[in-house]
Design a protein around this ligand. Sequence first.
Ligand SMILES: [Zn+2]
Length: 286
Amino acid sequence: MPHARDSVLRAMTDDGSFRVIATRTTEMVRGASQAQRVSGAVARTFGELLTGGVLVRESMAPDLRVQVVLQGDDERSRMVADAHPSGLTRGLVQLASGQSAISLGGRALVQVARTLHNGSVHQGVVSVPEGGGISSALMAYMQESEQTVTMIAVGCLVDDNGDIAAAGGYLVQLLPELDEGMLMVMTERLKDFQSMEPLLLRGAAAPEDLLAETLYGMPYTRVGDGDVTFGCTCSPARLAASLATLPRADIESMIADGKVLEIECDFCRKNYDYSPEQLRGLLAVN
Ligand SMILES: [Zn+2]
């Protein structure tokens, strides 16, 4: 498969009926899956969640950060997709011990949280619909929590080795100017695009193609585009902030050991070293 850049495109029909957002997320999902050391079915679900996070984020105000958390049926395994306004996207996979997969049936939940610059958070939780997947859970979230009728399809293909082959998706949102006749046309058309996998398989899932296909025959204007990149926002200061939440006695004993403390970022696996002097500094701040 060709190595195209990951990107996201936004378009609106000129009559104000629909908004479409389409994204290719292959490289981002690959990077995040490698960092989380997941492959196969787990990576596929993770890829869908990450792609969904990008689409939901792009449907909102430009400065919002969106986190989508999937909690499995076992109520202990979870996955997180974390999409930043800059296009940087990262994720976490935490399977309960003894689990090698995450089940979307039964008690599985999807929680979406969007965070403003000032730190205020709006969040909503939905059950994963019976027999549904990430796409249908996100549609339920948009309906219930954002009060918008949205069609979402996300997909992730893994190859025979369990590695990410392609990932992407689209979102179609009905706008207030929507014409009844147009709705019927779109509903009928989207039946052919309900599942992303066939499109990904035949290489027809580039964002430009998805826009052209879903909006075929409808005059539209591209209203925005952006990059999607696997990346993390961690820094020595941010990791130190998490260290500072440890019990004081624990930090004191690390200092007493006189060793350099190495902490790994859970999202990107980057290592940060803290010398005993730096740890002492942390205690002084507390
Ligand atoms: Zn990181």
